[in-house]
Ligand binder design. Structure first.
Ligand code: FAD
Length: 419
């Protein structure tokens, strides 16, 4: 080891939800952890609707109180709308035992609070510091180079690296682990609007997914600060023909939707509208000697069911516990205990995302003939409880959805999409 290198048990790369939960777990297990974060916080990132499963992780790591103090908008369910069809899921009516609510959060503020929570625990978080190279030694420890905003480089000797670099995909890029997603490439255009015309009470604060056309949907996520996140997601061809200017484009698209046009007409955008394309991505490996990737550094599916932060925290927590056990001398099977566990949840959501875009879920959500029991089972998936194998809609995920949609199609008129 070079004389100028610094030592830690675990180096966590990235201070988003995956990195913060991972670092808190390592610290709780009595090992030395250090976090390096490329940007200065608060920083913008998309992903504002949480799932109740997230609350379990916040509670376990002692970060819940930190977030509670912010007064974020509480989220009690999820509503899906298409024209006159409405399907409202209430997390209190679900099959699995778990949290019945969570929050809708501007992520800049939420992630900043998580990272501040780590600092309060005495964990070192270095902002504006990026991982730029890694050399993994024979004994599985690593020599990692990090660089700060002044261009100063430091070598860190880490017994283990947890890569939580999200869309930055630090280790997948350095080690050539990126893999194309099996989903069709989709595009999104989104902003935060001032929202003075929000309906009064519960209705106005409810997160809503609106089916705009068969292959285009809109998220509407009201925040407690009076602003609302609005994003269009769909086939890239939908966006062709709208104005090039980002704000003009957003106003023009909003004007085409009956559910949104009056509420957001001429409203100020407090976030310059952004466009992202082809965001679904996967990796050839989630771990190898000396490292494990978590959160978006592993795989990202699609925004429709707000599963990203849930997977970030679940993977950060699961991987960090295994790393601690390994560093304490236990034999750990990352394939079974980490990858297979994560894939159980990811594959459940993967089948729901596919069923959303092929119309099976529209058929189910907007049918009046689904039973309360089935609705509760689906509700638990939407709450992020996708590891409860006693739920048939988790255990048989894709098959259960396909069969139910098939039966409903035989017995009721086909769904009519807006033009
Ligand atoms: P991030 O939140 O991306 O954090 C990673 C951190 O690593 C960043 O702060 C970054 O600066 C840092 N970093 C990057 N490279 C380096 C480096 N080399 N060195 C050091 N640090 C580095 N999810 C939801 O749960 N709900 C939603 O409603 C939702 N909506 C979405 C809408 C869209 C259009 C998209 C594309 C995604 C959405 N997501 C949503 C997914 C969500 O954005 C991500 O899943 C989530 O942010 C992943 O968290 P993370 O901790 O893995 O990564």
């Amino acid at each position: 080891m070079p004389l100028n290198s610094e030592k830690t048990d675990v180096l966590v790369v990235g201070a988003g939800p995956a990195g913060c939960i991972a670092a808190a777990i390592v610290h709780k297990n009595g090992l030395k952890v250090r976090v390096v974060e490329k940007l200065k916080f608060p920083r913008f990132v998309i992903g504002e609707s949480l799932l109740p499963r997230v609350m379990d992780h916040l509670e376990e790591t002692g970060l819940l109180e930190e977030i509670e103090s912010a007064g974020f908008q509480k989220k009690f369910g999820a509503k899906f709308v298409m024209g006159d069809y409405v399907c409202d899921f209430n997390f209190a009516d679900q099959f699995s035992k778990g949290w019945t609510w969570t929050w809708q959060v501007p992520r800049a503020q939420f992630d900043h609070l998580l990272a501040s929570g780590l600092v309060k625990k005495g964990i070192s978080v270095e902002f504006e510091t990026s991982l730029t190279s890694i050399h993994i030694n024979e004994d599985e420890s690593s020599m990692v180079t990090v660089e700060n905003a002044q261009g100063e480089k430091t070598t860190i000797h880490a017994r283990y690296v947890i890569d939580a670099s999200g869309y930055g995909r630090a280790l997948p890029n350095l080690l050539g682990l990126n893999k194309e997603s099996s989903f069709d490439p989709r595009k999104t255009h989104f902003t935060h609007f001032r929202d003075p015309n929000r309906p009064e009470g519960v209705e106005g604060n409810r997160i809503t997914a609106v089916v705009h056309k068969q292959n285009v949907w809109i998220w509407v996520i009201p925040f407690s600060n009076g602003n609302t996140s609005v994003g269009f997601v769909g086939d890239p061809s939908f966006f062709v023909g709208f104005p090039e200017d980002a704000e003009a484009r957003m106003h023009a698209i909003v004007a085409t939707n009956p559910f949104l046009k009056e509420r957001f007409k001429d409203q100020e955008m407090v976030l310059s509208p952004r466009t992202i394309e082809g965001y679904a991505i996967s990796s050839t490996k989630f771990f190898d000697k000396g490292y494990v990737t978590v959160g978006n550094a592993t795989e990202f599916l699609d925004p429709i069911f707000s599963s990203g932060v849930t997977f970030a925290m679940e993977s950060g927590s699961t991987a960090a516990k295994l790393v601690c056990r390994k560093l304490k001398g236990e034999t750990v099977d990352f394939q079974t205990e980490y990858v297979d566990h994560m894939m159980q949840g990811i594959n459940t959501f993967r089948s729901y995302v596919a069923a959303w875009y092929n119309g099976d879920l529209h058929q189910i959500f907007f049918s009046e003939n689904k039973t309360e029991e089935i609705k509760k089972q689906i509700c638990s998936v939407l709450a992020g409880y996708v590891w409860d194998l006693s739920n048939p809609f988790v255990r048989k995920n894709g098959q259960a959805i396909k069969s139910l949609a098939g039966v409903l199609r035989l017995n009721e008129p086909a769904i009519v999409y807006p033009n």
